[in-house]
Design a protein around this ligand. Structure first.
Ligand SMILES: Cc1cc2nc3c(=O)[nH]c(=O)nc-3n(C[C@H](O)[C@H](O)[C@H](O)COP(=O)(O)OP(=O)(O)OC[C@H]3O[C@@H](n4cnc5c(N)ncnc54)[C@H](O)[C@@H]3O)c2cc1C
Length: 522
């Protein structure tokens, strides 16, 4: 079956699949792709709670040139209570806004439970519900983790990251010709590189994007991760608007899932040998909790990257011709530059052009000369920072309601202070600041939630899954996405999440020997 939504009148759910994948973001899509490459004979069904919003399924909304259609796709991704259709479609809007609960187009905020008394909470905790997940709305920055961001017990991490780059179509060259990019990097390098190791110096940001011969940018979403290999696999099906409500187990062995057709309201049981939950770092533990799979680390070690932003007008830059690709890119003039994480300065920086800048700018300015600096800090990870779930209350989908427990430690506050000093130094090297001082976004604004189903080397109560993503003590159940990352990263995590999904998909492929006659299925 091709990767298309099952049409309304045909929504007959399969009764059996070798593998059920929950969630169609890049982590779920990576499983579908690797299994299609390694085990094309296996039946794989992917259930996605949200609707299909783009063509091919999972494509980035920025690739939709018509503004009205793009806005409609974003609103359809925003869960049960979407924003008004007149809301901005530009993910850069609000880049430097000082709001208590920051909301990006294509995402929706956690409505309740985002803060407990006396705690910082995650006021900007957000999700996307659509085919392609958040990666239909993302910025596509795909740096590799470095120093203590790396997962020490994974000997093949670099090879997995290379696979992740292949699946996401990552390149550092797509914006190489941006006229101001070299100058931005030269200034940043002069200010920041002196003490840095050669592989941690200022560099072009690796991005999940490709440039067509006509000069337009095509941003990678899950469609690119699926690729033609998955789309043409007759044994793969993607079923949208289908909420998996329970993972079924018997004696410590996965047996399938219960899934609700959100169009018809009907429930179906699909038996399966393997279930992969790639439902984001908040909803993956939610589904395990709803299924009475509750290891002690479930939902704990939750970490988001405290984020600081600053806007700067580049000084003394020559006027450059308008780029031919401005309407589809945020970065055509000054590129995207990367200030890598180091253990000494445990934050990660990205510097990019603010296209439709909401920052009031006095007077004329050279196109592309307004750049936004975003510094992400590594969180001081605590087991007490967690997403907990209610046995009584439910969310808008009828799933166990979330309760976020989250606080910044003294170490976090010191790191934020150091990051502020660093971003001011970078800003001064580039030009004239447009903000009086850098702005610290509300916790959750990074959209980089991690740790809630973290992997570990051994089953010692501090992790949920093994290094392949297999949930301890449950045969056939795997978790995937940023939630499995066990380290405190400051770099954008999707590349790492996809790389770890590759390891899991390979493990499942190696176990997917054909069913024996005793393993009968309907
Ligand atoms: C504006 C924006 C900019 C970003 N920029 C970057 C960036 O530059 N670099 C970077 O690395 N990251 C970035 N991110 C974050 C990035 O998009 C996520 O890290 C990535 O999409 C996570 O992939 P995932 O597959 O784990 O989860 P998601 O993409 O969130 O997908 C999870 C899917 O699971 C579905 N689901 C949940 N529960 C169920 C259920 N019970 N049944 C069925 N389906 C379910 C959801 O509907 C969703 O579609 C950005 C995000 C946004 C919104």
């Amino acid at each position: 079956m091709a990767v298309t939504q099952i049409a309304n009148h045909e929504r007959e759910y399969p009764s059996y699949a070798d593998v059920v994948i929950v969630g169609s973001g890049p982590a779920g899509a990576a499983y579908a792709r690797i299994l299609s490459e390694l085990r094309p004979e296996a039946s794989v069904v992917l259930f996605e709670a949200g609707p299909t919003i783009s063509d091919p399924p999972g494509a980035h909304v920025k690739n939709i040139s018509d503004v009205q259609r793009r806005a409609a796709a974003q609103r359809k991704s925003e869960g049960p209570t979407p924003s008004l259709s007149s809301s901005s479609t530009d993910t850069m809007d609000g880049y430097a806004a000082d709001e208590a609960r920051l909301l990006r187009p294509g995402t929706f905020l956690l409505r309740n439970g985002w803060q407990q008394p006396g705690e910082d909470g995650l006021p900007a905790a957000a999700m996307s519900s659509n085919v392609g997940g958040m990666a239909a709305h993302w910025t596509g920055a795909c740096p590799r983790p470095g120093a203590s961001e790396r997962i020490g017990f994974l000997g093949n991490l670099d090879e997995l990251l290379s696979e992740g780059e292949r699946l996401l179509s990552v390149t550092a060259d797509a914006l190489a010709e941006a006229p101001l990019a070299d100058e931005v990097r030269r200034r940043l390098s002069d200010a920041l590189d002196t003490q840095r190791a050669s592989n941690r110096k200022v560099a072009p940001m690796p991005l999940a994007v490709r440039r067509t011969e006509e000069g337009t940018f095509i941003w990678s979403g899950s469609d690119v991760v699926f690729g033609e290999t998955t789309r043409s696999n007759p044994n793969f099906a993607l079923v949208d608007e289908s909420l998996v409500t329970q993972i079924l187990t018997d004696g410590g062995q996965v047996t399938g899932v219960k899934v609700r057709d959100l169009r018809a309201g009907t429930s179906h049981v699909v038996t399966a040998r393997f279930v992969i939950v790639a439902a984001d770092a908040l909803r993956t533990p939610q589904l395990l909790f709803a299924s009475a799979i509750r290891p002690s680390a479930l939902g704990r070690y939750l970490n988001d990257q405290p984020q600081i932003v600053y806007a700067v007008q580049l000084r003394d830059v020559p006027a450059v011709p308008e780029s031919s690709s401005v309407e589809s890119a945020i970065t055509a003039q000054s590129g995207v530059s990367w200030v890598p994480f180091t253990d000494e300065e445990p934050f990660h920086g990205q510097v990019m052009q603010l296209d439709a800048s909401p920052v009031p700018i006095e007077g004329e300015h050279v196109p592309g000369s307004i750049v936004g600096l975003g510094w992400f800090c590594a969180k001081d990870i605590q087991p007490t920072d967690r997403v907990a779930f209610s046995d009584e209350d439910v969310d808008d989908y009828g799933m166990p309601a979330m309760r976020i427990h989250y606080s910044l430690t003294e170490k976090d506050k010191r790191n934020l202070q150091a990051a502020r000093a660093s971003i001011v130094a970078a800003g001064a090297a580039l030009g004239e600041p447009l903000n009086e001082a850098p702005l610290t976004f509300p916790p959750g604004a990074s959209l980089h939630y991690q740790g809630t189903v973290r992997m570990g080397e051994r089953n010692d109560g501090t992790s949920v899954c093994d290094p392949t993503g297999r949930v301890w003590d449950v045969q056939g159940l795997y978790v995937a996405g940023n939630g499995v990352i066990p380290t405190a990263t400051a770099c954008n995590p999707t590349l790492t999440g996809v790389a770890l999904a590759v390891a899991g998909a390979r493990a499942v492929a190696s176990l997917l020997v054909p069913a024996t006659s005793t393993q009968s299925h309907p």
